[in-house]
Design a binder for this molecule. Structure first.
Ligand SMILES: Cc1cc2nc3c(=O)[nH]c(=O)nc-3n(C[C@H](O)[C@H](O)[C@H](O)COP(=O)(O)O)c2cc1C
Length: 178
């Protein structure tokens, strides 16, 4: 069973990570969820644990269980998928910051990384976010572009998380080397 790390950030679209996790489980992948602490306020770790059948990795995994969760996670993984990825996560990934489980895992990766951003359109088009995306792309990190339309806050533009089926297909293509 191929191992997929699903990193979930605190976007309002975080609830969609539950259906995304289901797609991977149905597809025969072993899914390990890494959540930011803020993401746990928007989607229940217990839901993702029940859906994947694996323990959830979060900051407390690093500090309370005395286990190096980031090292366990990267071991033998076929893909690191950040979906939804916040502006904050993209900023950390693009600048070598490792101040939580998700960003520490990203730096330790030995497998390909795929990022599906989700944020307010103004945030998405801001020079800081775009600069980090371009830098990550230049390092070989792949992206699933967000959709254009109405976002949860009522603004319109590019920033809505891509359709989960599109994200899943892009992920499978990277994993299976298509
Ligand atoms: C209800 C709510 C929805 C949010 N949605 C987003 C979002 O879609 N994208 C984003 O980049 N930030 C969003 N934010 C802001 C992030 O949660 C904030 O930047 C946070 O510090 C990111 O933490 P994380 O990257 O560790 O999850 C949202 C905040 C709240 C309270």
């Amino acid at each position: 069973m191929k191992k997929v790390i699903l990193a979930v950030g605190s976007s309002i679209s975080a609830y969609k990570s539950c259906d995304l996790a289901r797609l991977f489980v149905k597809g025969g992948y072993n899914v390990f969820v890494a959540m930011t602490e803020n993401a746990t306020k928007l989607v229940s770790p217990l839901t993702l644990e029940a859906l994947t059948g694996n323990p959830i990795y979060r900051d407390s995994t690093l500090w309370e269980k005395h286990e190096m969760g980031h090292i366990f996670l990267k071991d033998k993984a076929s893909l690191f998928l950040a979906a939804p990825a916040t502006a904050n996560m993209i900023g950390k990934f693009g600048n070598g910051i490792a101040d939580d489980l998700v960003s520490t895992t990203f730096l330790a990766l030995e497998c390909p990384a795929l990022i599906a951003p989700a944020m307010n359109p103004n945030m998405y088009k801001s020079p800081g976010v775009q600069m980090n995306i371009e830098r990550l792309k230049s390092w070989g990190v792949k992206f699933v572009e967000p959709e254009t339309g109405l976002v949860a806050c009522g603004d319109e533009g590019k920033g809505r998380l891509a359709d989960i089926n599109t994200i899943y297909e892009a992920a499978v293509n990277v994993i299976e080397g298509k």
